[in-house]
Write a protein that binds this ligand. Structure first.
Ligand code: ATP
Length: 292
């Protein structure tokens, strides 16, 4: 028996850091939405109580460090499951890119195993377990569009933003989320997002309001440390994207584009500069389907 699950990437429309907590974690406030760039996670039932993992990309860890493996192990132990699973990740989301690829694989594994192992858990229960793996995992369990607070686990679900194109470009560097947060001085952040205005833009499906209010406080750290990210941002703006922002801790930069006629020009301009460029649509509406 096999279950295949789609694991979409996310982008941050806003990312604010409110404070650094005594435990070292940061209180954040961010608006996230899913885009149509996805890994596929195939889960095959094993009779023996073991977790095996393979991935189409060579540089992803294939052991207990893999977020999908962690998800399977947590479910297996917590619910005393006496069966096992072979996990195969067909990787399309760039790794360490600010697009929550690993978190989305973990979330897809939780949803898929809930079915494969007949656990009967709700999405809320899966999201609570997901929070033990990483702060983006609860959002990825539901997908769609949400405001995330706390460490990212306190979610308010939102309606889908107005549909548009998203051009993603990733320079050939990986960025460590922990490093970026470690180098952020919360008291010295120059510009915070106007989260309320972004929520208005989403609710009213106002594309210009959304494109004009993109803001991510982590840009100050990543753009200073990695000038290539700044170059991609500038190129994306020059070639006509309506709104441009770095996603998560980077280094992926995305551009929102309303008119399809502009998409090829922007895509080609970026492709002349970096290899990892994608033109996709905002999904935004909670497409967390199990494929078969
Ligand atoms: P986020 O936006 O949640 O910070 P990210 O997109 O920046 O995530 P990931 O692609 O999730 O980053 O990868 C971060 C690290 O996690 C990588 O260095 C990788 O070694 C590890 N990792 C563990 N499991 C996975 C997985 N299934 N896919 C990709 N990376 C994984």
């Amino acid at each position: 028996m096999r279950v295949s699950v789609k694991a979409p990437a996310k982008i941050n429309l806003t990312l604010d850091v409110l404070s650094k907590r005594p435990d070292g974690y940061h209180d954040v406030e961010m608006v996230m939405t899913t885009v149509d760039l996805a890994d596929r996670v195939d889960l095959t039932l094993l009779r023996s109580r073991e977790i095996l993992i393979d991935c189409s990309a060579s540089f992803v860890p294939l052991d207990q460090r893999n977020h999908a493996f962690k998800a399977a192990k947590l479910l297996m132990e917590r619910y005393s499951v006496d069966k096992g699973v072979h996990i195969y990740i067909d990787k399309h989301i760039p790794v360490a890119a600010g697009l929550a690829g690993g978190s989305s694989d973990a979330a897809a594994t939780l949803r898929g195993l809930n079915k494969l192992w007949n656990l009967g858990l709700t999405l809320d229960e899966l999201a609570t377990i997901g929070a033990e793996i990483g702060s983006d995992v609860p959002f990825c369990v539901y997908g769609g569009t949400a405001l995330a607070k706390g460490c990212g686990e306190k979610l308010t679900h939102l309606s889908s933003p107005t549909s548009c194109w998203v051009i993603l470009a990733k320079p050939p560097i990986g960025v460590s989320t922990a490093d970026v947060y470690g180098n952020l001085r919360v008291d010295q952040i120059k510009k915070h997002p106007n989260t309320e205005r972004m929520l208005d833009a989403i609710l009213s499906k106002n594309f210009s309001l959304m494109a004009n209010n993109l803001c991510n406080v982590l840009e100050e750290v990543t753009l200073t440390r990695y000038p290539q990210v700044m170059q991609i941002k500038e190129l994306m703006i020059q070639s006509g994207a309506d709104g441009v922002l770095m996603s998560g801790s980077g280094p992926t930069v995305f551009g929102l584009v309303q008119k399809e006629a502009k998409v090829h020009r922007i895509y080609n301009a970026l492709r002349g500069f970096v290899k990892d460029v994608y033109a996709v649509r905002i999904l935004g509406g909670g497409e967390t389907e199990i494929l078969d």
